[in-house]
Design a protein around this ligand. Structure first.
Ligand SMILES: NC(=O)c1ccc[n+]([C@@H]2O[C@H](COP(=O)([O-])OP(=O)(O)OC[C@H]3O[C@@H](n4cnc5c(N)ncnc54)[C@H](O)[C@@H]3O)[C@@H](O)[C@H]2O)c1
Length: 248
């Protein structure tokens, strides 16, 4: 099989695909032959990326279970679900509000539950599925200024393991990826905090063994691997793509 066509014809939904890591994932999956749906609350952004990858844009707020079900229904035989939509509201924990906690948990954790719940019945009926959820090294080692985000991302890792346990008999794999600091609008948004944001990013950069920030395409390559038949016996894992930031 040609490496470039590992995902030939498979239908894939990439949530949060309008920007950053999600856009790179959409591009990589399409380059490997997948038929890609770019789902995002940012519809013009989703349309732009969908146009670039010869895929489809779909309006999707991952915090809304009905919207997730409608998206899966529109796609039909979804083979690959990439739970990528996420956000953070940086700040030391005592300075953050319950409203912020709720938003961060809703998008980063409940969004994964909603989209997985929507996709699983279709995957179970087909006896095939690949679920890849973008967690974070923050969920494994904890990230200063991101307490609730770290909690939500840790939740994604636990959830992924149970989905892997419950669905192996359907040939459905579920894996997570733990990126380190990746140069995207989300991370660089911390610069809006001024010197504290600069320190947060510099701190993360210096904790990588490679001494640099990662790029979205480096996460996308790991997603393509886990979604492909090169990873048929890999499930319940969390793969760090973090320049060694999270190694123990
Ligand atoms: N950038 C990093 O350093 C980093 C590190 C670890 C993990 N991550 C994770 O990677 C994923 C992608 O992050 P990114 O850095 O590319 O961020 P980004 O801000 O560039 O992109 C996030 C995308 O998610 C979309 N989105 C937000 N809320 C949504 C919702 N309710 N429903 C649907 N779409 C929604 C946004 O519109 C945007 O297009 C996130 O889960 C993030 O937590 C990022």
């Amino acid at each position: 099989m040609l490496r470039g066509m590992r995902l030939d014809g498979r239908k894939a939904l990439v949530t949060g695909g309008a920007s950053g890591i999600g856009a790179a994932i959409a591009e990589r999956l399409a380059a490997e032959g997948a038929e890609v749906w770019v789902g995002d609350v940012n519809v013009p952004g989703a349309e732009k990326i969908a146009g670039e990858v010869n895929g489809h844009a779909i309006e999707l707020d991952v915090t809304d279970l009905d919207a997730a079900k409608a998206a899966v229904e529109a796609i039909g035989e979804i083979a690959i679900l990439v739970n990528n939509a996420g956000t953070d509201e940086f700040g030391f924990f005592p300075t953050t509000t319950p409203e912020q906690w709720q938003r961060v948990i809703d998008i980063n954790l409940n969004g994964v539950l909603n989209c997985t719940a929507a996709a699983l019945p279709v995957m179970q009926a087909a006896s095939y599925g690949r679920i890849v959820s973008i967690s974070s090294e923050a969920g494994r080692v904890g990230s200063k200024g991101s307490a609730v985000y770290s909690a939500a991302k840790a939740g994604v890792i636990g959830f992924t393991k149970v989905i892997a346990r419950e669905n192996g008999r359907y040939d459905i794999t579920a894996n997570a990826i733990a990126p380190g600091p990746i140069e995207t609008p989300l991370l660089m948004g911390a610069l809006g905090l001024g010197p504290m944001g600069e320190r947060l990013i510099e701190n993360m950069r210096s904790q990588t063994q490679l001494g640099r920030l990662g790029q979205p395409f480096e996460v996308a390559a790991a997603v393509a691997f886990l979604a492909s038949d090169d990873a048929t016996f890999v499930t319940g894992e969390t793969l760090g793509v973090s320049g060694g930031l999270g190694m123990v």
